[in-house]
Structures are given as C-alpha cells and as structure tokens.
Design a protein around this ligand. Structure first.
Ligand code: ADP
Length: 284
C-alpha cells in the first residue's frame, strides 16, 4: 500500500480536514521486480556473449598465427627452388622456362609479404600490451630515421611540425602504427609527384591526436570506412603494391591501446590520417 495525505486549512491556518488516499501498489512493485530480474538476466547474457566472442576471437587469432607460421616453411622451399632454377639452370632452360621460374619467385615473395603482414596483424594484442608514457616526438623521430633510406629512394620530403607531446601507448605497437601510416603516405602518390608528408599533433581534452598529412591521391569519402578492414584495397597490386593489412592492423592496435584512427581526405587533394591516444594526465 502507498498513502498520500493533504491537510485542508481554514483562513486562520488551522487544520480542519485531512484528505487521504490509499493505493494498492502491488502491481507496480511486481512490474518493478520483473524489470529488475529482466535487467539482471540481460546483463548476464551480454557478459556470456562477450566471453563467447572473446574466446572465438582468441581461437581465430591462434589459428591465423599457426597457419601463417606453418605456411612459411613450404614457401621458403618454393622460393629457394625457383631461385636455384634461375641462378643455376638459366643457360639450359628455354627463355620461357626462366620466365616461369621468375614468376614463381615473384609470387612466393608476394605470399611471404602477405604472411608476414598477417603474422604481425595476429600478434597485435597477443602479447602483453601494457601501455606506458611514451614520447610521441621520440617515437616519430625513430620511425622516420628507420624509414629514411626509403624516403631517399622515392624522393620524399617528410618532417615533423612543432613538437609532439607524451602519450600513453605500447611503444613497439606505436612504432608499427606510425611506420604503416608514413609508409602509405609515401606510397599512394601520383607517380610524377614527390611525396610530401607532415606529422603534427594537437591535444584534444584527455587525448592527443597525431596527424599524418600527405599530398597523395586521396580517398573518396565512400571508401574511407572500408579501407580499415583487412584485405580492403582500392587499387591493383600492379599500380600500388600492398597486402591490405596495414590499416586493419592500425585499427586493431589503436583499439588495444584505448585509442582510435580515422582519415579526412578528398580524391586528388591528399589525405590526413589521424590516430588518437590517451594523453598523459597530471601526476603520470
Ligand atoms: P596496403 O597499403 O597494403 O594496400 P592498407 O591497409 O595500408 O594496405 O591500406 C588499404 C588501402 O587504403 C590501400 O590499398 C589504399 O587504397 C588506401 N590508402 C591507405 N593509405 C592511403 C593514403 N595515404 N592515401 C591514399 N590511399 C590510401
């Protein structure tokens, strides 16, 4: 039961009447109880499903890792044998035979690249990825120095604008993310254009956004979401080589580090990829 009462007063303020209402609230309490039970049940089922999905994901990752790893041995044999054919038997093989061996060799190399990328993809999140404060500036400088022979080869002008702050990240995973972004920025450029890449950062509340801006071919808005899925590529490998794993790895890595990734781009006007990472809060 639930009761309400109102005191009615006369002009002098004296209580003259008490009006009361009693209501049976059994039905409401039963409905509330049913809702509580339903909520608890729903939470239990969400937890159960999440655990199932996590287990399936783990299994899938273990599968990808094993398959990729085991595929490398027969691939090495293919690679070794085709090279032996090209090097040791070129004079006894007809030109067509040498060409076939070269094609086997090229295909083996492509497959090895793909397997290495898949292994790297499945490694993200497998190891302990405990994040810690990392100087974004030092991380970017180290990556740029490693990639400098490639910059020279393609005539790329790559530079940091301003200083980059400290973020919370997993160091080697962050290196891989930056490497993939800069590598793409130098790759997806018109053949006649020298790549120009600029890296800069801005703090947005509790996060730091690192921008990687290029002067490349750009990406149509309708493709800007799907390129982050594994094996999604917008060009044939003859035009731009690649496996379609790089951005998917970045997305997975950023999710594991509590961050995010995205792009702003227009065809013909270059792309501005960004990654968000937790900033270092006071006291860290
Ligand atoms: P890959 O570089 O091996 O092709 P990614 O996963 O790194 O694979 O990229 C997926 C696709 O997204 C690329 O094939 C390309 O079409 C597009 N892309 C990525 N980075 C850029 C960029 N900086 N400019 C234009 N297109 C890009």
């Amino acid at each position: 039961m639930e009761g309400y009462g109102i005191v009615s007063r006369n002009a002098k303020g004296e209580a003259v009447r008490l009006i009361g209402v009693n209501r049976d609230i059994t039905a409401r309490m039963q409905a509330e109880e049913a809702l509580r039970t339903l909520n608890t049940e729903l939470e239990r089922r969400v937890e159960e499903r999440t655990a199932e999905i996590k287990a399936i994901n783990k299994e899938l990752e273990a599968f990808t890792y094993t398959v990729s790893h085991d595929l490398r041995a027969p691939l090495r044999a293919m690679h070794g044998m085709s090279q032996a054919l090209i090097e040791d038997y070129a004079d006894v093989l007809p030109p067509e035979g040498v060409e076939f061996a070269q094609r086997i060799e090229a295909a083996a190399q492509r497959m090895d690249r793909l397997i290495q990328d898949l292994l790297a993809f499945s490694r993200v999140g497998r190891k302990d990825m405990r994040p810690r404060p990392v100087s974004l500036h030092e991380a970017v400088e180290a990556v740029l120095s490693t990639l400098s022979p490639m910059f020279e080869e393609v005539g790329a002008d790559v530079a940091i604008e301003g200083t980059l702050p400290t973020v919370i990240a997993h160091p080697s995973t962050l290196d891989q993310v930056i490497t993939n972004l800069v590598d793409n920025a130098c790759k997806f450029v018109e053949k006649s254009t020298a790549p120009r890449v600029r890296l800069s950062a801005e703090t947005r509340g509790s996060r730091v956004r690192l921008w990687v801006a290029d002067n490349g071919i750009g990406i149509e808005p309708k493709h800007q979401e799907r390129i982050f899925r594994i094996f999604e590529r917008l060009h044939g490998i003859e035009t731009y080589p690649g496996t379609g794993v790089g951005l998917a790895l970045i997305k997975k890595a950023m999710q594991h580090m509590g961050g995010d990734v995205g792009v702003e781009s227009e065809p013909g006007k270059g792309s501005r990829f960004w990654i968000d990472l937790p900033a270092v809060s006071d006291g860290e």
